[in-house]
Structure formats: C-alpha cells, structure tokens
Design a protein around this ligand. Structure first.
Ligand code: SAH
Ligand code: SF4
Length: 350
C-alpha cells in the first residue's frame, strides 16, 4: 500500500489528478472522483467517515490513503464586537492564530503564514516571538477550512494575510494556498477579496505580481523615510524603501499602504506629507492603524486626535486614507498577541 497522502496540501488541479488516478486504480466508477473532490474544499468534511454519500468501504479506503489533516483548536475567544480569535495547535506543538472579523457586508478572516516571524519589527508581538517555522500550504488554508467545518455560515468572504508571519518569505506554500483559496474547485474566494500583506520582500512582490489573478497587495510601510523606517523595521536594511516602492510601482494592481501610528516615531505632519507624495505617485490607499500593545513596551500609540489629524493631512494631499477601527481589542486580536500572552502564562500553569 502507498503511504498516505495529504490532498489538502495540493492545488485543486493536482488533487483532482491524484484522486482520479486512485479511483481508476481502485476500479471505482469515475464519478466517485468528483464526489471525493467536493469534500476537500467545497463541502468540507472533518473526516471521510462523515461523507455519507460514499459507501462505507470507500470511506475507509480514503481514510487510509488520504487522511484529512486537521488543525487542533487551542482556544477560541469571542470579542464583544463580534470578532473571534482562533488559536490553532499544529501537529508539532507550534501555535498560530486567525481572526474572524464580521461587518455588515463581509466576513474577513485574517490568517497566518508562518509560526512566529524572523523580521523583528519593533512594534509587533509576532516579531518579538522570533521565527518558529513556515506553515505548509494546507496549514495556511486549513485556518479557513476549520472555520467552515465549525459553522458553514461563517465561511469568510475576504481573506487577509495579516496574521502571524511574513507571507512573501514563505512563497511556495503561500503560492499554493492562494490557488486553493481562489480556485472555483477550491474555496472559490475572488482574488480581489484576497490580500497579501508584506513588509516589502521584493522578490516575493515580483512573484505575486507575476500571477495572473487580481490578488491584492498591502505594503506595511510604517514610515516614508528610510532612516526612520530602519529604526522600527530591521528589514529596511535588506529591502530599502526605494526598492520596495519600485517593486510596488511595477505591481499593476491597486495597492494599499499599512501604517501603524507610533507617537514621535512616524506621526508628524512632515511624515504625513512625505507619505502622501509616495502614495499619490503609486495611486495607493493608506490604512492607518492605531498601535496595539504587544510589541516593544517603550512605544506609545499616537492619540486619537493625532491619528485624525494625520489622516486629514493625507486627505488634504488627495490621498485616500482611512483609520482602521481596532477590532477585538478586549481579546487582544492584533497580530500575534494571543500566542504571546499564552506563552507568558505557561510557567504559572506548570
Ligand atoms: N508580515 C506581514 C503580514 C503580517 S503583519 C506584514 O508585516 O505586513 C499584519 C499587519 O499587522 C501589518 O501591517 C503590521 O504592521 C500590523 N501590526 C503588527 N503589529 C502591530 C501592532 N502592535 N499594532 C497595530 N498593527 C500591528
Ligand atoms: Fe513580521 Fe509583519 Fe510582525 Fe514585522 S509586522 S515582525 S513582518 S509579522
């Protein structure tokens, strides 16, 4: 017997080919392949035993040949504003998180691409954890699949790669994950509803740009000046602002700048004016994010008035800018926060 294979780690096209070959080799009628395939992403089951339309023998054979890999649910927290945060436990004990943010018209799921992150942005809780490992493609998309398994009505309409990790430093897995998320035989989420967020990993930006689908790109800029940016984002040394902006200019689709406002670090009127000129050149929107706790405790959030005046300055310069409402603050739903909290609590538990 062949070793079990993980169909959830394959693009839908590759999974289809694998299933079809197996169905043929098993002497089963061809229509079984479509029935099996539908249970990966379109009408997902947690285990083959739940696929009641299949004969018991076939379910058992599938369980042996293609066991469906799962993420264990470590914790689910519900915010008073409807935001839900999920902590997933991976088979090797690593933990990652996803945040589901419902609004009137959409359900946005923020997913992780790595356990931890190597890039050490000073304001970021995940950065403080350091790098643990890359997620496999299936572990990235399973964050969506698990939520659908819990409740099909919760299926996200929008996906943002803004959880833990730097997606463009895990390109092969993110590449496959994007295909699964978008493909009609996969989760069928429109490319314009899928956003990859990056600090500006230039080769990764080029790879994303080369894909034909209209995936969205968000660039975590956080400062319009190289020296100031370097002080909060060590990656500036490897991929300087200038090169990141050049790669952004080559990205044919609309981009967004993410900008966390930190008092005295990147929030002056001059910063806004320079940011505005960069954004105008690229036709970029700016998302302003209030600084959440979890990063370097020495960093102080810009206050509400400062945030609004920074936004107004961008608007005055003709740049589309919005202040992203903080969601799920009561459950620490910002990047990496739950995990860090749990890790801190561990010694007391023992
Ligand atoms: N590594 C990628 C994607 C994950 S981070 C990136 O940095 O773009 C997703 C977003 O959360 C980024 O825009 C990041 O700047 C933001 N973020 C990180 N720490 C934050 C904090 N303490 N407060 C507010 N936003 C934060
Ligand atoms: Fe990594 Fe993004 Fe956090 Fe920076 S902001 S440390 S790149 S996850």
């Amino acid at each position: 017997m062949d070793a079990p294979r993980n169909l959830l780690d394959l693009t839908p096209a590759d999974a289809r080919a694998t299933i079809s070959a197996w169905v043929t080799a098993s002497g089963l009628p061809a229509y079984r392949a479509r029935q099996v395939e539908a249970r990966l992403w379109q009408r997902p089951v947690g285990a083959w035993t739940e696929a009641m339309e299949l004969p018991v023998l076939l379910r058992d054979q599938l369980e042996a040949a293609f066991p469906l890999a799962r993420l264990a649910t470590g914790a689910v927290q519900q915010s008073t504003d409807g935001t839900q945060k999920f902590l997933w436990e991976l088979a090797d004990g690593e933990k990652v998180e996803s945040v589901l943010i419902p609004t009137a018209s959409r359900r946005t799921l923020c997913i992780s691409s790595q356990a931890g992150c190597a890039l050490g942005c000073t304001f970021c809780a995940t950065g403080r954890m350091g790098f643990r490992r890359n997620l496999a493609a299936w572990e990235i998309v399973a964050q969506v699949r698990e939520i659908i398994l819990r409740n099909p009505d919760d299926k996200p309409t929008n996906i943002v790669f803004m959880g833990m990790g730097e997606p463009l430093l895990n390109w092969p897995a993110v590449d496959t994950a994007l295909t699964i998320l978008n493909a009609p035989e996969g989760l069928g989420i429109g490319a314009r509803h899928i956003t990859v967020s990056t600090v500006g990993i230039v080769p990764g930006m080029e790879r994303l740009a080369a894909r034909p689908e209209q995936f969205r790109l968000a660039i975590s800029l956080h400062s319009p000046r190289a020296d100031q940016r370097l002080a909060i984002m060590p990656i500036e040394k490897k991929y300087p602002l200038r090169e990141v902006l050049a790669a952004a200019a080559n990205f044919a689709r609309r981009i967004t700048f993410e900008y966390v406002l930190i008092a005295g670090r990147n929030d002056t009127d001059d910063d806004a004016a320079i940011l505005a000129s960069l954004a105008r050149k690229l036709g970029a929107h700016v998302n302003l994010l209030p600084l959440h706790p979890g990063g370097d405790p020495a960093l102080v959030p810009t206050d509400g008035r400062g945030i609004r005046s920074f936004r107004d300055r961008l608007l005055d310069h003709g740049v589309e800018a919005v202040v992203r409402r903080s969601r799920g603050l009561d459950i620490d739903a910002a990047c990496g926060q739950l995990h860090v909290k749990m890790a801190r609590r561990e010694p007391q538990v023992r």
